[in-house]
Ligand binder design. Structure first.
Ligand SMILES: [Cu+2]
Length: 270
């Protein structure tokens, strides 16, 4: 007959195996869960605007919450998910991307860094790239310059798999501080001469925290060549990242789980 003590030891010895099973099973379980990602929106063009956003996936349904402030009061703010769903790592620009040196980081200059529009975060109707400048369906800042946005959008499997490679960009600045978009502030938009530059220049940008591990940096800093030219398959890099993750699996899985379950909508964005 097994003594109480031996029994306890046997249980302890069995524990690592049980933990290992849990860890190995977890990534799949997590993927089937509802992952959520936080984004901090940081100012561009010295706009003073900032905010918090959250992306949450349930299958192929993406819910986007945005809460921002320092926007132009009473004005619509075009907003998008920019970036690549093909494994390239775009990122938020900074003032050094003002390549024509006119003091305004316009959308064309910034697109070199943050990539094309993937999803237009409209308030209703289409959300494709073609709705990028549909300012009549973009959220309008209140008189304090605050925007609160929430929408659930059906997305493609590519978006689901590359959600960490996308970033939120809000547009609309007020260079001459007169609480409206006008050409006196910064001239005409390079995107559409019927719109003032103030309406289309980016006001903030935010990346998914801990984004794009395993995706190829756009611009190929190491090699000096273009996207994907580094000769390394994104899958290989991702494979290496996954191997590293599995090595450290216990802590990581627990941390990710905790993060996922703690995610809540930004206050008042419901
Ligand atoms: Cu945009």
């Amino acid at each position: 007959m097994m003594s109480k003590r031996t029994g306890r030891l046997a249980v302890l010895a069995a524990l690592p195996a049980a933990l290992l099973t849990t860890i190995v099973a977890s990534p799949a379980a997590l993927a089937a869960d509802s992952p959520a990602f936080q984004i901090d929106l940081e100012q561009l063009n010295e706009s003073g605007s900032r905010g918090t956003a959250m992306l949450s996936l349930r299958g192929k349904e993406l819910t986007v919450w945005i809460k921002s402030e320092g926007m132009v009061p009473g004005q619509p703010s075009a907003q998008h998910l920019h970036g690549s769903t093909e494994g390239h790592d775009f990122h938020c620009p900074d003032a050094s991307d003002d390549t024509n040196g006119d003091g305004i980081l316009n959308n064309t200059e910034a697109t070199h860094d943050y990539g094309d529009i993937n999803i237009s975060l409209t308030t209703s109707g289409d959300t494709d790239a073609g709705s990028g400048l549909a300012v009549d369906r973009m959220p309008v800042a209140d008189k304090e310059g605050k925007i609160s946005y929430k929408r659930t959008i059906p997305v493609s499997q590519d978006v689901v798999e590359h959600i960490k490679d996308l970033h939120i960009v809000q547009h609309g600045i007020d260079r001459n501080d007169n609480d409206k978009y006008d050409e006196e502030g910064a001239g005409k938009s390079e995107l559409d001469p019927k719109l003032p530059q103030e309406a289309t220049a980016p006001t903030n940008c935010g990346e998914v925290k801990g984004a794009a591990v395993g995706s190829i940096p756009v611009g190929g800093i190491e090699t000096g060549s273009g996207p994907g030219a580094a000769g390394v398959s994104p899958n290989l890099v991702t494979g290496a990242a996954i191997a590293a993750t599995v090595t450290a699996a216990g802590a990581l899985v627990l941390a990710r789980r905790r993060k996922t379950s703690r995610v809540v909508a930004p206050e008042g964005a419901a």
